[in-house]
Design a protein around this ligand. Structure first.
Ligand SMILES: NC(=O)c1ccc[n+]([C@@H]2O[C@H](COP(=O)([O-])OP(=O)(O)OC[C@H]3O[C@@H](n4cnc5c(N)ncnc54)[C@H](O)[C@@H]3O)[C@@H](O)[C@H]2O)c1
Ligand SMILES: [Zn+2]
Length: 370
C-alpha cells in the first residue's frame, strides 16, 4: 500500500499559500528527500529524539543526503523535560554553530516532545526556518505534528511559551510505530477515540468494529486510524487555525479533566492519553448529569475505550486521585478557563460536541466524587 496524502489548506496574507501535505503510510520517510528537494532545500538539520536517532532519524538523514540535501543532525534527550528553555537555548546555539541560515530546513523526528521543541526553535531561530515534521509516536502522527502549535514548558506551566509555526509538510511513516512501546501506542488511541466522539460517528463505529485489529496494530487498521485522524485534525485546523472561532477548542474534549489529573498525579505517573481517556469518561458523565446525553452514550464510549485497552477510571491505572475540591482548584487555574468560569467541551451525541460555559462546580464535583 503506497503512502496516502492529505492536503491541509491554509491561506495567508498577500495570497501566501501555506497549504501542506500530510503523507501517511508505510515507508513514508523515503519521500522526505524528494519533498525537501522539491522545496529547493539545499541544507537541513535533523533534530531527533535520541530514542529514534539510530533508527528512524538515520533513515531520514540517509534519504535527505541521497536527494542531495546536505544534512546535519542533533539529538535531544527523551522525555517531557526536554521541552525546556534550557534545551531550546542549547539548540539555538547548535544552529548558530552550524551557521544555519534561513534557507536551511529543520526536520523534527520524534514524538510530540521533539515536534513541539524543534518546531519552536525553527519558529524563532533567524525569525523562522522552514520546518518538516516527521512524527514517530501515535500521539504525534494523529495530533501534535499537525496544525502548527509549537512550544516549551516553564516551571509555571506546560506549553506557556510557544508560537504558531506551520510545517512545510508532515511525513507520518506508520512503520516507525513498530518500535513504540505498547503503553505509548495505546495512550495515543485516546486522541483517536476523541476524534470519533467530537466529529465523526462513522469513524467511531469503525473503531468499535475494528478494535481488535487496532489493538494488535494490524497494518491496514493503523493506516486507517492515522489517516482518518490526521484528516479530521487537518479539517479543524483549516477552519480555525489559531483557535479563535471555538472550533479548534473542541479538540480539548476530555482535556480540562485530563490536565487536572496530570497535574495532580505529577509528571510521569499518567501518560497524556491515559489522562485523556479518564478525562473523556468524566466529561461524558458530566454531560449525562446535565441531561445532554443518555446513559447509552456513556456506556458506548466506555466500551470502546476499554476495547482499545484504555482506562476509564483512575482505579484502572491503580492511581488514587486527590479530593474533588483539589482537582477543581487545579481546573480553575487551567489557562482554558475563561474569567474563572468552568468551560467544558461536552457531547450531545457520538460525533458532535459543544463548548459549554458557566458549568456549576457542584455538578463537576459530583462527577469527580463518583
Ligand atoms: N503541538 C500540539 O498540537 C500538541 C498536541 C498534543 C500533544 N502535544 C505535546 O506532545 C507531547 C507528547 O507527545 P508524545 O506522546 O509523542 O511523547 P514523546 O515525544 O515524549 O514520546 C513518547 C516516548 O516515546 C519515545 N519514542 C518516540 N518515538 C518512538 C519510536 N518510534 N519508537 C520508540 N520510542 C519512541 C520517546 O523517546 C518518548 O520516551 C507533550 O509535550 C504534549 O504537550 C502537542
Ligand atoms: Zn491531547
Amino acid at each position: 500500500m503506497a503512502p496516502r496524502t492529505i492536503r491541509l489548506r491554509l491561506g495567508g496574507a498577500a495570497a501566501a499559500d501555506r497549504s501542506y501535505d500530510i503523507t501517511v503510510g508505510r515507508g513514508a520517510i523515503a519521500t522526505l528527500g524528494a519533498n525537501l528537494a522539491a522545496a529547493a532545500a539545499r541544507r537541513s538539520v535533523v533534530i531527533a529524539d535520541v530514542a529514534v536517532a539510530a533508527t528512524h532519524a538515520a533513515a531520514a538523514v540517509a534519504g535527505l543526503e541521497a536527494a542531495g540535501v546536505d544534512t546535519a543532525r542533533i539529538s535531544v534527550p527523551a522525555g517531557e523535560s526536554s521541552k525546556s528553555p534550557a534545551e531550546a537555548t542549547r539548540l539555538w546555539g547548535e544552529l548558530a554553530r552550524l551557521s544555519v541560515d534561513r534557507h536551511t530546513h529543520v526536520v523534527a523526528v520524534g514524538g510530540g516532545v521533539v515536534g513541539d521543541l524543534a518546531g519552536f526553535v525553527a519558529a524563532t531561530f533567524a525569525r523562522g526556518l522552514p520546518l518538516w515534521q516527521v512524527p514517530t509516536t501515535l500521539v504525534a502522527q494523529v495530533d501534535s505534528a499537525i496544525g502548527g502549535k509549537t512550544g516549551i514548558n516553564l516551571e509555571a506551566g506546560k506549553n506557556l511559551v510557544g508560537a504558531f509555526w506551520q510545517p512545510c509538510g508532515v511525513v507520518a511513516d506508520i512503520d516507525t510505530l513498530a518500535t513504540l512501546p505498547d503503553r505509548e501506542f495505546t495512550s495515543g488511541l485516546a486522541e483517536v477515540v476523541k476524534y470519533g466522539v467530537i466529529l465523526d460517528a462513522d469513524f467511531f463505529a469503525w473503531l468499535e468494529t475494528h478494535a481488535g485489529g487496532v489493538r494488535d496494530r494490524a497494518t491496514e487498521a493503523v493506516q486507517h486510524v492515522v489517516e482518518r485522524s490526521a484528516a479530521l485534525k487537518a479539517h479543524v485546523v483549516e477552519r480555525d487555525e489559531r483557535e479563535t472561532s471555538g472550533l479548534r477548542a473542541i479538540l480539548n474534549y476530555g482535556h480540562t479533566f485530563a490536565h487536572a489529573f496530570e497535574t495532580a498525579a505529577g509528571y510521569g505517573t499518567l501518560l497524556h492519553g491515559e489522562a485523556v481517556a479518564i478525562g473523556m469518561t468524566a466529561a461524558a458523565r458530566l454531560a449525562e448529569s446535565l441531561g445532554r446525553v443518555g446513559p447509552d452514550f456513556v456506556a458506548r464510549q466506555d466500551a470502546l475505550l476499554r476495547a482499545l485497552g484504555l482506562p476509564v477510571t483512575a482505579a484502572d491505572l491503580a492511581w488514587t486521585p486527590p479530593a474533588a475540591d483539589d482537582l477543581l482548584a487545579i481546573m480553575g487555574r487551567d489557562k482554558k478557563t475563561v474569567d474563572g468560569q468552568l468551560r467544558f467541551v461536552l457531547p450531545s451525541q457520538i460525533g458532535h460536541v459543544e463548548l459549554v460555559d458557566g458549568i456549576d462546580a457542584t455538578l463537576v464535583r459530583g462527577v469527580l466524587d463518583s
